[in-house]
Ligand binder design. Structure first.
Ligand code: FE
Ligand code: FE
Ligand code: ZN
Length: 299
């Protein structure tokens, strides 16, 4: 199983620290932001300690890792040209950084139309992608399936397919399949797994999935909310998450956990990463209802 979580990149270790963090969870892949996901301040690529990080990855036979673009990028915005421009410029730099770090997948939230309507948003996103993706681009952009909250584009497979259809170099487009988002946007993976996957295959193609965000959801199917839950403790549930993790169709696809950190009941300034425990539980394939308590006790 190719399994990992999102990890940080900070301090003196930078990217080397990301790899160390992933290893501490027993992961063989991971996802990293090139800096804080909520801003566009980025360190010089030469200060990230990339060669050392790669040495450690090779020693531990880690699978390809993935990079996530910051979620403040919105190339679907037609209302504020400066937001769109900033998004496109930053995205072009993220592609360069992703390549320099040695990943071939940059995950991107397609964008939000902020009131202009889905058609205008999709047109703008398509234009943005056509600006950054050229014949020479060496990194794929994986558009993430979205929960459809607010004016998000990408809450349906059909919307994502419209973007694919409008992009000239769409051989460089992939999909990041976020299980929580797919649930929240109204696809019932729990009782309609096969038909949801068939619809995806018909609309976009299962072979386009480059990453799976293996998240449970705090909300029921169709809630359009986007709040992740610890594995097995939400509305999707452990059985369906294990089914996806072990689906032979996705055997060679990295599965990334984005579960919330566990809060310390005695001290609300403290939170603990659940990933080591969740990865272990997934590998065993048996749900542990006491997992959250174990994480708190161990930490
Ligand atoms: Fe995301
Ligand atoms: Fe996600
Ligand atoms: Zn989410």
């Amino acid at each position: 199983m190719i399994i990992g979580s999102h990890v940080g990149m900070n301090g003196k270790d930078m990217f080397l620290g990301s790899v160390k963090e992933a290893l501490s969870y027993g992961a063989n892949t991971f996802m990293v932001y090139t800096g804080a996901p909520q801003n566009t301040r980025r360190k010089d690529i030469l200060s990230l300690r990339i060669p050392e990080a790669w040495k450690l990855m090779e020693e531990n036979e880690m699978y390809p890792f993935v990079v996530h673009a910051p979620y403040i990028i919105n190339i679907g915005n037609t209302e504020k040209p400066e937001t769109y421009k900033l998004g496109v410029d930053f995205l072009a730099l993220e592609l360069k950084r992703t390549e320099a770090m040695g990943s071939n997948t940059l995950i991107l939230h397609p964008g939000s139309h902020v009131g202009a309507g889905a058609d205008a948003g999709i047109r703008q996103i398509t234009e943005g992608l056509n600006t950054v993706l050229t014949a020479d681009t060496n990194v794929n952009i994986a558009l993430e399936t979205m929960a459809g909250k607010g004016s998000e584009i990408g809450g349906s497979f059909a919307e994502l397919a419209r973007i694919f259809n409008g992009v000239t170099h769409n051989d460089k487009l992939r999909i990041c399949f976020d299980v929580c988002h797919v649930n929240d946007s109204g696809y019932d993976l729990v009782t309609q797994y096969d038909s949801v996957m068939e619809e995806f295959d018909r609309t976009l193609g299962l072979d386009k999935i480059a990453v799976i965000h293996l998240n449970d959801s705090k909300n029921p199917c169709g809630a359009m909310k986007d709040r992740h839950e610890n594995l097995g403790f939400g509305n999707i549930g452990f059985d369906t998450l294990v089914k996806i993790a072990n689906d032979p169709v996705f055997e060679n696809i990295p599965k990334i956990l984005e579960s919330p950190y566990v809060k310390d009941p005695g001290d609300d300034t403290k939170t603990y990463p659940p990933y080591k425990y969740e990865i272990d539980m997934l590998k065993k394939g048996a749900f542990d209802a006491g997992l959250i308590d174990v994480i708190i006790k161990d930490s």
